[in-house]
Ligand binder design. Structure first.
Ligand code: GLN
Length: 490
Protein backbone atom coordinates (compact mmCIF):
# COMPACT_ATOMS: atom_id res chain seq x y z
CA UNK A 1 0.00 0.00 0.00
CA UNK A 2 1.03 3.58 -0.48
CA UNK A 3 0.35 6.65 1.60
CA UNK A 4 -2.24 7.56 -1.07
CA UNK A 5 -1.83 11.24 -0.40
CA UNK A 6 -2.44 12.47 -3.96
CA UNK A 7 -5.54 12.23 -6.14
CA UNK A 8 -3.70 13.68 -9.13
CA UNK A 9 -0.07 14.57 -9.63
CA UNK A 10 1.53 16.92 -12.02
CA UNK A 11 3.60 15.12 -14.62
CA UNK A 12 7.28 14.99 -13.78
CA UNK A 13 8.16 16.94 -16.94
CA UNK A 14 5.76 19.76 -16.01
CA UNK A 15 7.37 20.09 -12.61
CA UNK A 16 10.21 21.99 -14.16
CA UNK A 17 8.54 25.20 -13.16
CA UNK A 18 9.16 27.50 -16.05
CA UNK A 19 9.03 25.68 -19.35
CA UNK A 20 7.14 28.13 -21.48
CA UNK A 21 4.57 26.94 -24.09
CA UNK A 22 6.24 25.15 -26.96
CA UNK A 23 9.00 23.91 -24.73
CA UNK A 24 11.41 26.77 -25.25
CA UNK A 25 12.74 28.24 -22.11
CA UNK A 26 13.40 31.94 -21.97
CA UNK A 27 16.62 33.02 -20.34
CA UNK A 28 16.03 34.11 -16.76
CA UNK A 29 12.73 32.31 -16.81
CA UNK A 30 13.45 29.45 -14.44
CA UNK A 31 13.37 29.55 -10.69
CA UNK A 32 16.92 28.30 -10.60
CA UNK A 33 18.11 31.13 -12.84
CA UNK A 34 16.21 33.67 -10.80
CA UNK A 35 17.76 32.37 -7.59
CA UNK A 36 21.21 32.42 -9.18
CA UNK A 37 20.67 35.99 -10.33
CA UNK A 38 19.50 36.91 -6.84
CA UNK A 39 16.03 37.81 -8.08
CA UNK A 40 13.66 35.05 -6.94
CA UNK A 41 9.98 35.92 -7.19
CA UNK A 42 9.56 35.10 -3.51
CA UNK A 43 10.78 32.62 -0.92
CA UNK A 44 8.46 30.12 -2.62
CA UNK A 45 10.05 30.45 -6.05
CA UNK A 46 10.50 26.94 -7.46
CA UNK A 47 9.27 25.35 -4.24
CA UNK A 48 6.94 22.30 -4.44
CA UNK A 49 3.52 22.91 -2.90
CA UNK A 50 0.50 20.57 -2.83
CA UNK A 51 -3.15 21.65 -2.89
CA UNK A 52 -6.06 19.87 -1.26
CA UNK A 53 -8.40 18.73 -3.99
CA UNK A 54 -11.20 21.09 -2.95
CA UNK A 55 -9.06 24.09 -3.95
CA UNK A 56 -9.76 25.01 -7.57
CA UNK A 57 -6.77 25.03 -9.88
CA UNK A 58 -7.00 26.09 -13.49
CA UNK A 59 -4.87 23.34 -15.02
CA UNK A 60 -5.32 19.95 -16.59
CA UNK A 61 -5.55 18.41 -13.12
CA UNK A 62 -9.17 17.95 -12.07
CA UNK A 63 -10.65 19.42 -8.88
CA UNK A 64 -12.60 16.43 -7.56
CA UNK A 65 -13.20 17.13 -3.84
CA UNK A 66 -12.60 13.33 -3.63
CA UNK A 67 -16.10 12.84 -4.98
CA UNK A 68 -16.84 10.46 -7.81
CA UNK A 69 -19.45 13.02 -8.81
CA UNK A 70 -16.63 15.46 -9.76
CA UNK A 71 -14.17 12.80 -10.96
CA UNK A 72 -13.61 14.64 -14.26
CA UNK A 73 -14.35 18.22 -13.17
CA UNK A 74 -11.69 20.60 -14.44
CA UNK A 75 -11.98 24.04 -12.90
CA UNK A 76 -12.08 26.97 -15.33
CA UNK A 77 -10.39 29.20 -12.75
CA UNK A 78 -7.98 29.05 -9.82
CA UNK A 79 -8.72 29.80 -6.18
CA UNK A 80 -7.16 33.02 -4.94
CA UNK A 81 -4.86 31.11 -2.60
CA UNK A 82 -3.74 28.87 -5.48
CA UNK A 83 -3.09 31.80 -7.83
CA UNK A 84 -1.10 33.52 -5.12
CA UNK A 85 1.27 30.61 -4.56
CA UNK A 86 1.64 30.14 -8.32
CA UNK A 87 2.41 33.84 -8.81
CA UNK A 88 5.01 33.55 -6.04
CA UNK A 89 6.80 30.97 -8.21
CA UNK A 90 5.71 27.81 -6.38
CA UNK A 91 5.31 24.58 -8.31
CA UNK A 92 1.98 22.87 -7.69
CA UNK A 93 2.97 19.22 -7.48
CA UNK A 94 -0.53 17.81 -7.27
CA UNK A 95 -3.96 17.73 -5.68
CA UNK A 96 -4.20 15.88 -2.41
CA UNK A 97 -6.57 13.23 -1.15
CA UNK A 98 -9.25 14.08 1.40
CA UNK A 99 -12.66 13.16 2.75
CA UNK A 100 -15.35 13.77 0.15
CA UNK A 101 -16.25 17.48 0.19
CA UNK A 102 -14.08 17.83 3.34
CA UNK A 103 -16.60 15.96 5.47
CA UNK A 104 -14.73 13.73 7.85
CA UNK A 105 -11.94 13.48 10.39
CA UNK A 106 -9.89 10.62 9.04
CA UNK A 107 -9.57 10.89 5.23
CA UNK A 108 -11.40 7.61 4.75
CA UNK A 109 -14.57 8.96 3.09
CA UNK A 110 -13.21 9.76 -0.35
CA UNK A 111 -13.81 8.12 -3.72
CA UNK A 112 -10.05 7.59 -4.14
CA UNK A 113 -9.35 5.40 -1.12
CA UNK A 114 -8.09 5.96 2.40
CA UNK A 115 -5.02 8.03 3.23
CA UNK A 116 -2.41 6.22 5.34
CA UNK A 117 -0.44 8.03 8.01
CA UNK A 118 3.23 7.93 7.02
CA UNK A 119 4.43 8.41 10.61
CA UNK A 120 5.74 5.57 12.65
CA UNK A 121 5.06 2.87 10.05
CA UNK A 122 8.26 3.13 8.08
CA UNK A 123 6.55 4.85 5.19
CA UNK A 124 8.34 6.58 2.41
CA UNK A 125 7.11 8.06 -0.84
CA UNK A 126 6.69 4.57 -2.32
CA UNK A 127 4.74 2.85 0.37
CA UNK A 128 4.32 1.52 3.82
CA UNK A 129 6.46 -1.09 5.49
CA UNK A 130 5.51 -3.02 8.59
CA UNK A 131 3.60 -2.14 11.75
CA UNK A 132 -0.01 -1.17 12.15
CA UNK A 133 -1.33 1.50 9.82
CA UNK A 134 -2.75 4.61 11.44
CA UNK A 135 -5.25 7.18 10.21
CA UNK A 136 -3.77 10.36 8.78
CA UNK A 137 -6.65 12.44 10.15
CA UNK A 138 -9.05 14.46 8.07
CA UNK A 139 -10.24 15.91 6.10
CA UNK A 140 -6.92 17.35 4.75
CA UNK A 141 -5.22 13.98 5.40
CA UNK A 142 -3.61 13.84 1.97
CA UNK A 143 -2.02 17.27 2.46
CA UNK A 144 -0.71 16.27 5.89
CA UNK A 145 0.62 12.92 4.71
CA UNK A 146 2.31 14.49 1.66
CA UNK A 147 4.15 16.99 3.86
CA UNK A 148 5.03 14.40 6.51
CA UNK A 149 6.37 11.99 3.85
CA UNK A 150 8.55 14.74 2.35
CA UNK A 151 6.71 14.96 -0.99
CA UNK A 152 6.34 18.74 -0.82
CA UNK A 153 7.56 21.71 1.17
CA UNK A 154 4.07 22.62 2.36
CA UNK A 155 0.46 22.08 1.41
CA UNK A 156 -2.74 24.07 1.48
CA UNK A 157 -5.79 22.52 3.08
CA UNK A 158 -9.16 23.62 4.32
CA UNK A 159 -10.28 23.79 7.92
CA UNK A 160 -13.99 24.02 8.67
CA UNK A 161 -13.96 22.31 12.06
CA UNK A 162 -10.37 21.13 12.38
CA UNK A 163 -9.48 19.58 9.03
CA UNK A 164 -6.03 21.14 8.87
CA UNK A 165 -5.19 20.85 12.56
CA UNK A 166 -6.29 17.26 13.25
CA UNK A 167 -4.37 15.63 10.36
CA UNK A 168 -1.33 17.81 11.09
CA UNK A 169 -1.39 16.64 14.70
CA UNK A 170 -1.79 12.98 13.68
CA UNK A 171 1.02 13.22 11.09
CA UNK A 172 3.48 15.06 13.35
CA UNK A 173 3.59 18.35 11.46
CA UNK A 174 2.45 21.97 11.88
CA UNK A 175 -1.13 22.87 10.88
CA UNK A 176 -2.15 26.52 10.90
CA UNK A 177 -5.67 27.86 10.51
CA UNK A 178 -5.71 31.67 10.47
CA UNK A 179 -8.72 33.76 11.52
CA UNK A 180 -11.85 33.26 9.43
CA UNK A 181 -11.54 35.43 6.33
CA UNK A 182 -7.81 36.09 6.59
CA UNK A 183 -7.11 33.97 3.50
CA UNK A 184 -9.80 34.45 0.82
CA UNK A 185 -12.18 31.53 0.37
CA UNK A 186 -12.72 32.34 -3.28
CA UNK A 187 -12.15 29.11 -5.23
CA UNK A 188 -12.29 26.89 -2.15
CA UNK A 189 -15.23 24.57 -2.80
CA UNK A 190 -17.82 25.48 -0.18
CA UNK A 191 -18.70 23.06 2.61
CA UNK A 192 -19.99 25.26 5.46
CA UNK A 193 -19.41 28.81 4.32
CA UNK A 194 -19.51 30.52 7.71
CA UNK A 195 -16.75 28.21 8.97
CA UNK A 196 -14.61 27.39 5.92
CA UNK A 197 -11.02 28.58 6.21
CA UNK A 198 -7.97 27.92 4.06
CA UNK A 199 -5.11 26.59 6.19
CA UNK A 200 -1.47 25.63 5.82
CA UNK A 201 0.35 22.39 6.57
CA UNK A 202 4.13 22.40 6.83
CA UNK A 203 7.00 20.80 8.72
CA UNK A 204 7.84 23.83 10.82
CA UNK A 205 6.12 27.01 11.92
CA UNK A 206 8.66 28.96 9.88
CA UNK A 207 7.71 27.09 6.67
CA UNK A 208 4.01 27.69 7.38
CA UNK A 209 4.70 31.40 7.83
CA UNK A 210 6.42 31.65 4.46
CA UNK A 211 3.29 30.29 2.77
CA UNK A 212 0.95 32.33 4.98
CA UNK A 213 2.69 35.56 3.99
CA UNK A 214 1.99 34.76 0.34
CA UNK A 215 -1.67 33.74 0.62
CA UNK A 216 -3.09 36.07 3.27
CA UNK A 217 -5.03 39.27 2.68
CA UNK A 218 -8.37 40.16 1.08
CA UNK A 219 -8.86 39.94 -2.68
CA UNK A 220 -12.16 41.66 -3.32
CA UNK A 221 -13.85 38.47 -4.48
CA UNK A 222 -14.66 37.08 -1.05
CA UNK A 223 -17.20 39.20 0.78
CA UNK A 224 -16.32 37.50 4.08
CA UNK A 225 -12.60 38.26 3.78
CA UNK A 226 -11.14 40.02 6.79
CA UNK A 227 -9.29 43.19 5.94
CA UNK A 228 -8.28 44.12 9.48
CA UNK A 229 -4.76 44.93 10.54
CA UNK A 230 -2.15 42.29 11.16
CA UNK A 231 -2.90 42.03 14.88
CA UNK A 232 -5.07 43.95 17.26
CA UNK A 233 -2.34 44.77 19.71
CA UNK A 234 -1.27 41.32 20.80
CA UNK A 235 1.91 41.41 18.76
CA UNK A 236 3.61 43.74 21.19
CA UNK A 237 2.90 41.30 24.03
CA UNK A 238 4.85 38.42 22.48
CA UNK A 239 7.99 39.85 20.91
CA UNK A 240 10.35 36.94 21.01
CA UNK A 241 9.57 33.21 20.92
CA UNK A 242 12.60 32.60 23.12
CA UNK A 243 11.47 34.96 25.86
CA UNK A 244 7.89 34.61 27.01
CA UNK A 245 8.16 36.80 30.12
CA UNK A 246 4.92 38.71 30.53
CA UNK A 247 3.01 36.31 28.27
CA UNK A 248 -0.02 34.67 29.86
CA UNK A 249 -0.98 31.23 28.56
CA UNK A 250 -4.43 29.98 29.55
CA UNK A 251 -5.27 26.30 29.87
CA UNK A 252 -9.03 25.78 29.61
CA UNK A 253 -10.20 23.04 31.96
CA UNK A 254 -12.94 21.97 29.54
CA UNK A 255 -10.23 20.81 27.11
CA UNK A 256 -8.98 18.22 29.58
CA UNK A 257 -11.77 15.61 29.51
CA UNK A 258 -11.40 12.18 31.05
CA UNK A 259 -11.10 10.69 27.55
CA UNK A 260 -7.67 12.31 26.93
CA UNK A 261 -5.03 9.67 26.28
CA UNK A 262 -2.03 9.44 28.65
CA UNK A 263 0.21 10.42 25.70
CA UNK A 264 -1.77 13.63 25.18
CA UNK A 265 -1.73 14.54 28.86
CA UNK A 266 2.03 13.90 29.08
CA UNK A 267 2.66 15.99 25.96
CA UNK A 268 0.56 18.90 27.14
CA UNK A 269 2.09 18.97 30.60
CA UNK A 270 5.69 18.85 29.37
CA UNK A 271 4.86 21.59 26.88
CA UNK A 272 3.49 23.76 29.69
CA UNK A 273 6.66 23.16 31.73
CA UNK A 274 8.70 24.21 28.69
CA UNK A 275 6.69 27.42 28.20
CA UNK A 276 6.94 28.38 31.85
CA UNK A 277 10.73 27.86 31.68
CA UNK A 278 10.71 30.42 28.88
CA UNK A 279 9.02 32.84 31.27
CA UNK A 280 5.32 32.42 30.41
CA UNK A 281 2.72 32.55 33.15
CA UNK A 282 0.36 29.58 32.97
CA UNK A 283 -3.17 30.08 34.29
CA UNK A 284 -6.21 27.83 34.37
CA UNK A 285 -9.26 29.30 32.65
CA UNK A 286 -12.79 28.17 32.02
CA UNK A 287 -14.69 28.25 28.72
CA UNK A 288 -17.97 26.78 29.96
CA UNK A 289 -19.78 26.42 26.65
CA UNK A 290 -17.05 24.26 25.10
CA UNK A 291 -19.18 21.22 25.93
CA UNK A 292 -21.93 22.31 23.55
CA UNK A 293 -19.58 23.27 20.71
CA UNK A 294 -19.30 19.86 19.08
CA UNK A 295 -23.06 19.32 18.87
CA UNK A 296 -23.67 22.89 17.70
CA UNK A 297 -21.10 22.41 14.93
CA UNK A 298 -22.64 19.14 13.77
CA UNK A 299 -25.94 20.98 13.29
CA UNK A 300 -24.64 24.21 11.73
CA UNK A 301 -22.08 22.64 9.36
CA UNK A 302 -24.53 20.09 7.85
CA UNK A 303 -27.21 22.81 7.56
CA UNK A 304 -24.90 24.99 5.48
CA UNK A 305 -23.63 21.96 3.57
CA UNK A 306 -27.12 20.86 2.60
CA UNK A 307 -27.58 24.19 0.88
CA UNK A 308 -24.07 24.39 -0.63
CA UNK A 309 -24.25 20.88 -2.05
CA UNK A 310 -27.56 21.44 -3.84
CA UNK A 311 -25.54 22.50 -6.90
CA UNK A 312 -24.29 18.92 -7.49
CA UNK A 313 -27.42 18.00 -9.39
CA UNK A 314 -25.94 16.64 -12.58
CA UNK A 315 -26.95 19.79 -14.46
CA UNK A 316 -24.69 22.52 -13.22
CA UNK A 317 -22.13 20.37 -11.43
CA UNK A 318 -21.61 16.66 -11.13
CA UNK A 319 -21.84 13.84 -13.60
CA UNK A 320 -25.30 12.81 -14.66
CA UNK A 321 -25.39 9.05 -14.38
CA UNK A 322 -28.87 8.43 -15.79
CA UNK A 323 -30.66 9.55 -18.94
CA UNK A 324 -32.45 12.85 -18.75
CA UNK A 325 -36.23 12.47 -19.23
CA UNK A 326 -39.43 14.29 -18.22
CA UNK A 327 -39.11 13.08 -14.65
CA UNK A 328 -36.56 15.69 -13.59
CA UNK A 329 -36.87 14.83 -9.90
CA UNK A 330 -36.24 11.19 -10.74
CA UNK A 331 -32.97 11.59 -12.63
CA UNK A 332 -31.87 14.36 -10.31
CA UNK A 333 -32.30 12.04 -7.29
CA UNK A 334 -30.73 9.06 -9.08
CA UNK A 335 -27.70 11.13 -10.09
CA UNK A 336 -27.16 12.39 -6.55
CA UNK A 337 -27.76 8.96 -5.05
CA UNK A 338 -25.09 7.41 -7.24
CA UNK A 339 -22.63 10.29 -7.28
CA UNK A 340 -22.40 11.18 -3.60
CA UNK A 341 -20.89 9.05 -0.83
CA UNK A 342 -22.57 7.83 2.35
CA UNK A 343 -21.13 10.44 4.72
CA UNK A 344 -22.00 13.30 2.38
CA UNK A 345 -25.57 12.02 2.05
CA UNK A 346 -25.83 11.73 5.81
CA UNK A 347 -24.79 15.38 6.20
CA UNK A 348 -27.26 16.52 3.54
CA UNK A 349 -30.07 14.62 5.27
CA UNK A 350 -29.19 15.96 8.73
CA UNK A 351 -28.72 19.48 7.40
CA UNK A 352 -31.99 19.46 5.51
CA UNK A 353 -33.81 18.13 8.55
CA UNK A 354 -32.50 20.75 10.98
CA UNK A 355 -33.64 23.49 8.58
CA UNK A 356 -37.23 22.20 8.41
CA UNK A 357 -39.87 24.27 10.13
CA UNK A 358 -40.43 21.76 12.92
CA UNK A 359 -36.73 21.28 13.75
CA UNK A 360 -35.39 24.77 13.07
CA UNK A 361 -36.03 26.21 16.55
CA UNK A 362 -34.97 23.24 18.58
CA UNK A 363 -31.82 22.43 16.57
CA UNK A 364 -30.59 25.16 14.26
CA UNK A 365 -31.42 28.27 16.25
CA UNK A 366 -30.29 26.64 19.46
CA UNK A 367 -26.95 25.76 17.89
CA UNK A 368 -26.49 29.32 16.60
CA UNK A 369 -27.03 30.57 20.14
CA UNK A 370 -24.41 28.19 21.47
CA UNK A 371 -22.04 29.35 18.77
CA UNK A 372 -22.39 32.90 20.10
CA UNK A 373 -21.84 31.74 23.68
CA UNK A 374 -18.68 29.90 22.64
CA UNK A 375 -17.44 33.14 21.03
CA UNK A 376 -18.17 35.15 24.17
CA UNK A 377 -16.39 32.56 26.33
CA UNK A 378 -13.24 33.26 24.32
CA UNK A 379 -13.73 37.04 24.45
CA UNK A 380 -13.99 36.89 28.24
CA UNK A 381 -10.56 35.27 28.67
CA UNK A 382 -8.46 37.04 26.03
CA UNK A 383 -6.52 40.13 26.99
CA UNK A 384 -7.42 41.95 23.78
CA UNK A 385 -10.97 42.50 22.59
CA UNK A 386 -12.29 40.76 19.52
CA UNK A 387 -12.17 43.37 16.74
CA UNK A 388 -15.48 42.05 15.40
CA UNK A 389 -17.29 42.32 18.72
CA UNK A 390 -15.53 45.21 20.50
CA UNK A 391 -14.75 45.33 24.22
CA UNK A 392 -17.01 43.40 26.58
CA UNK A 393 -18.40 45.07 29.71
CA UNK A 394 -15.92 44.39 32.50
CA UNK A 395 -17.22 42.38 35.47
CA UNK A 396 -16.81 44.23 38.74
CA UNK A 397 -13.92 42.99 40.80
CA UNK A 398 -12.98 43.44 44.43
CA UNK A 399 -9.98 42.29 46.52
CA UNK A 400 -11.99 39.26 47.68
CA UNK A 401 -13.30 38.56 44.18
CA UNK A 402 -10.50 39.46 41.74
CA UNK A 403 -11.19 39.51 38.01
CA UNK A 404 -9.82 36.39 36.30
CA UNK A 405 -6.44 36.74 34.55
CA UNK A 406 -6.60 37.71 30.89
CA UNK A 407 -4.58 35.60 28.51
CA UNK A 408 -2.59 36.18 25.33
CA UNK A 409 -3.12 32.67 24.02
CA UNK A 410 -4.73 29.41 25.02
CA UNK A 411 -2.91 26.09 24.97
CA UNK A 412 -4.96 22.92 24.48
CA UNK A 413 -4.59 19.44 23.06
CA UNK A 414 -5.36 19.21 19.33
CA UNK A 415 -6.68 15.67 19.48
CA UNK A 416 -7.83 13.29 22.17
CA UNK A 417 -5.13 10.75 21.35
CA UNK A 418 -2.33 9.88 18.93
CA UNK A 419 -3.63 8.64 15.55
CA UNK A 420 -5.95 5.62 15.93
CA UNK A 421 -5.51 2.43 13.87
CA UNK A 422 -6.73 2.74 10.30
CA UNK A 423 -8.46 -0.62 10.51
CA UNK A 424 -11.07 0.87 12.87
CA UNK A 425 -12.08 3.53 10.32
CA UNK A 426 -14.70 4.46 9.36
CA UNK A 427 -16.36 3.40 12.65
CA UNK A 428 -19.84 1.89 12.46
CA UNK A 429 -21.19 4.78 14.57
CA UNK A 430 -20.29 8.09 12.83
CA UNK A 431 -20.36 9.95 16.14
CA UNK A 432 -17.22 8.06 17.14
CA UNK A 433 -15.49 9.90 14.29
CA UNK A 434 -17.11 13.25 15.08
CA UNK A 435 -15.79 13.29 18.67
CA UNK A 436 -12.23 13.59 17.38
CA UNK A 437 -13.00 17.21 16.51
CA UNK A 438 -13.88 18.16 20.06
CA UNK A 439 -10.73 20.26 20.63
CA UNK A 440 -10.61 21.97 17.24
CA UNK A 441 -14.25 22.96 16.71
CA UNK A 442 -14.58 25.77 19.27
CA UNK A 443 -11.93 27.91 17.53
CA UNK A 444 -13.72 27.26 14.24
CA UNK A 445 -17.09 28.35 15.62
CA UNK A 446 -15.45 31.56 16.85
CA UNK A 447 -13.31 32.04 13.70
CA UNK A 448 -10.12 32.26 15.78
CA UNK A 449 -6.57 31.61 14.59
CA UNK A 450 -5.16 28.31 15.83
CA UNK A 451 -2.00 26.37 15.17
CA UNK A 452 -1.12 22.81 16.05
CA UNK A 453 2.53 22.02 16.66
CA UNK A 454 4.10 18.62 17.27
CA UNK A 455 5.69 18.89 20.69
CA UNK A 456 8.81 16.95 19.84
CA UNK A 457 10.34 16.99 23.29
CA UNK A 458 7.58 14.78 24.64
CA UNK A 459 7.69 12.07 22.02
CA UNK A 460 8.43 8.91 23.85
CA UNK A 461 8.76 5.22 23.22
CA UNK A 462 5.81 4.50 25.48
CA UNK A 463 3.32 5.31 22.72
CA UNK A 464 5.36 4.01 19.84
CA UNK A 465 6.74 7.40 18.81
CA UNK A 466 3.33 8.42 17.48
CA UNK A 467 2.99 12.18 17.15
CA UNK A 468 0.86 14.29 19.44
CA UNK A 469 0.16 17.94 18.69
CA UNK A 470 -0.63 20.82 20.99
CA UNK A 471 -2.86 23.65 19.86
CA UNK A 472 -2.22 27.37 20.35
CA UNK A 473 -5.38 29.49 19.98
CA UNK A 474 -5.38 33.29 19.81
CA UNK A 475 -7.88 36.14 19.70
CA UNK A 476 -9.41 36.97 16.33
CA UNK A 477 -6.80 38.70 14.17
CA UNK A 478 -3.89 37.73 16.43
CA UNK A 479 -2.13 35.38 14.00
CA UNK A 480 1.30 36.75 14.81
CA UNK A 481 0.95 36.04 18.49
CA UNK A 482 -0.24 32.51 17.77
CA UNK A 483 2.70 31.91 15.44
CA UNK A 484 5.25 33.30 17.88
CA UNK A 485 4.02 31.10 20.71
CA UNK A 486 3.86 28.16 18.29
CA UNK A 487 7.53 28.80 17.50
CA UNK A 488 8.30 28.73 21.19
CA UNK A 489 6.59 25.36 21.48
CA UNK A 490 8.45 23.92 18.52
N1 GLN B 1 -14.39 16.65 10.83
C1 GLN B 1 -15.18 17.81 10.65
C2 GLN B 1 -16.34 17.51 9.73
O1 GLN B 1 -16.41 16.43 9.27
C3 GLN B 1 -14.34 18.94 10.14
C4 GLN B 1 -14.12 18.88 8.69
C5 GLN B 1 -13.38 20.08 8.15
O2 GLN B 1 -12.81 20.88 8.88
N2 GLN B 1 -13.45 20.24 6.85
O3 GLN B 1 -17.16 18.31 9.46
Amino acid sequence: PTVNSFISKRKESDCVADVSPGGTKAVGDSAQERWEAGTPKSLLDGVPIALKDNICLHSDLPTTCASSHLRRHVSPYSATCASRVVSAGAVIVGKTNMDEFAMGSASVHGAFGKVVNPCGVGADRDGIVGEEQRVAGGSSGGSAAAVAAGMCYAALGSDTGGSVRLPASYCGIVGFKPSYGRIPRWGLVAYASSLDTVGILARTVGCAEVVYDVVKGPDGKDMSAWAGGETNGGRADVRDPGDLRGVVVGVPEEYLPAELSPATIATLSSCLTHLSRLGATIVPVSLPHTRQALSAYYVIAPAEASSNLARYDGVRYGERTVERDEDANGWYAATRTQGLGEEVKRRIMVGTYVMTESAYHSYFLHSQRYRRLVQFDFDRVFRHPNPLHGPLPQPSSSPSNPAPAKVNVLLTPTSLSPPPPLSSYPPSDPVLEYVNDVATIPASLAGLPACTVPFARARGAEWGGMPVGVQVIGQFGDEEVVLRVARAVE
